[in-house]
Design a protein. Structure first.
Length: 209
């Protein structure tokens, strides 16, 4: 069960773990109401502390959400890296696992995913958040490099472009059809099958299948 379903904070925090209680509060509220559906005061109330207490650890609400997003990207990078498995037994099979892991994370860790991609936090203004986001994307870049290596050097598409296209396709399908908040649209197929088919068509167009 992800943090988004955890409600320990409603009973207040203990033993000085105010920072963690506030992060748990923000994550739960994001999952329940979306990243714009609560205030700093709401997070304090969820954690069972005074409205002024959050300022001991976070500059403002955006800084609190940025920390949730940073942790989300760190978890995301681990999940994606495990799914990629160094491209074994072959890069296409590993890429299919990677896509499934992407959609599963969006579905099962909706609070994190919303903080990462829907909260509008500028990663470039937070070095730790930027590094975490880049580490997650780097896994997809590795996959794109491995796929490009199937072709002669003069026929290889830019790996960064390939990675960005697959990332965008994965995120689009996750946002539309694999949300964890009940807001996803219905499909005549599973989101996993839709993503796999879309990626294969795209790679075929590049000559990578």
């Amino acid at each position: 069960m992800g943090w988004g379903h955890h409600h320990r904070g409603r009973r207040g925090y203990h033993h000085g773990d105010l920072r963690e209680a506030l992060i748990a509060a923000a994550l739960s509220l994001i999952a329940e109401r979306g990243p714009f559906g609560f205030s700093f005061v709401d997070a304090a109330r969820w954690a069972g502390v005074s409205p002024a207490a959050p300022y001991r650890h976070f500059r403002d609400r955006e800084a609190l959400i940025a920390e949730v997003a940073r942790r989300g990207f760190e978890k995301f990078a681990i999940v994606l890296s495990s799914a990629w498995g160094r491209g074994e037994p072959d890069s296409l099979a590993a890429l299919t696992r990677l896509g499934k892991a992407f959609l599963a994370f969006a579905r099962e860790e909706h609070g994190y995913y919303a903080a990462m991609f829907e909260a509008g936090v500028a990663a470039a203004t937070d070095p730790a958040l930027e590094a975490a986001a880049q580490s997650a994307f780097a896994v997809l870049r590795q996959a794109a490099d491995a796929l490009a290596a199937k072709l002669p050097p003069d026929k290889r598409p830019p790996a960064l472009m390939t990675a960005l296209h697959i990332w965008a396709m994965s995120h689009g399908i996750a946002s539309l059809f694999a949300r964890g908040d009940g807001g996803e649209r219905t499909l005549p197929m599973t989101p996993d099958d839709l993503l796999e088919a879309g990626v294969l068509v795209y790679l075929h167009g590049l000559g990578l299948t």
